[in-house]
Design a protein around this ligand. Structure first.
Ligand SMILES: C[S@@+](CC[C@H](N)C(=O)[O-])C[C@H]1O[C@@H](n2cnc3c(N)ncnc32)[C@H](O)[C@@H]1O
Length: 233
């Protein structure tokens, strides 16, 4: 792909490999907010459910799929339950492209959308989990280019259309994804302690950190979006 990656995925790589993060994600390899609207009982289940929501947005599940910004590969592993795995990137090649919580970081999202459109076959599906941010704090930390700070769902749809997509659906899933994640993160240290997997003193410290993180994510990520679109036939 010819998208220019000028941000810092290495920051993510470090975060994703941290022992506390791996523990929170149950060593699954996921690093996303997950989907909590269908009764997930753990972060791992919620992350599996989010991938399943992406797959549900893809009409034809029989061809090649590209998982962009796959993190430690857990989403790709889950996808192998539906698809086989092979990587190359010519024009009109993939039947589906998915991207979970990656597009907001790309420099720029619009360039990524153009590339996704290029590598998709005519009629191919794009499925994404993405976010709108109300403030520039994440941008200032260098994680979200300012060009990606869109004001509304309507504008998000306009950018997809400008990249050439049709059958555009952009759904507000803030409560089911971000809300569920923040609630789970805040209660996780207590649950770990009650299950005997975390000492009392450590769970107190973790509770403070997790509550602060939950508040940060809740404030800095305004709207969580489930997105699907199609390249015209
Ligand atoms: C929130 S994680 C999501 C990971 C994975 N999709 C999942 O669901 O577990 C964001 C992903 O975006 C990648 N990323 C962040 N900034 C990036 C950039 N500028 N260029 C390429 N990838 C980036 C990170 O390396 C990470 O894999």
């Amino acid at each position: 792909m010819t998208v220019r990656w000028s941000m810092r995925p290495s920051t993510y790589d470090r975060m994703m490999r941290g022992s506390n993060q791996r523990r929170y994600y149950g060593d699954s390899g996921y690093f996303n907010f997950g989907y909590w609207g269908a009764g997930a009982k753990s972060q791992r289940e919620a992350s599996d459910a989010l991938v399943d929501r992406m797959v549900a947005r893809i009409a034809d599940k029989t061809g090649r799929i590209l998982d962009v910004a796959c993190g430690l590969g857990a989403s790709t592993k889950r996808l192998t339950q539906t698809y086989a795995t092979k990587l190359d990137f010519p024009h009109d090649h993939f039947d589906a492209v998915i991207c979970i919580e990656g597009a907001c970081h790309f420099d720029t999202r619009d360039e990524f959308l153009k590339e996704a459109h290029r590598v998709l076959k005519p009629g191919g599906s794009l499925a994404m989990a993405d976010m709108l941010f109300p403030i520039t704090i994440l941008s200032d930390f260098g994680q979200v280019p300012r060009a990606n700070l869109l004001p509304s769902i309507a504008e998000y749809g306009t950018r997809l259309a400008a990249a050439g997509f049709v059958s555009i659906e952009v759904t507000d899933a803030t409560d089911d994804c971000l809300g569920g994640f923040c609630a789970n993160l805040a209660r996780w240290p207590g649950a770990e302690r009650r299950a005997g997997r975390m000492s009392l003193s450590r769970s107190f410290a973790a509770a403070v950190i997790c509550k602060l993180l939950a508040a940060f994510f809740g404030r800095s990520c305004k709207t969580y979006l489930l997105v699907s679109a199609r390249k015209p036939d």
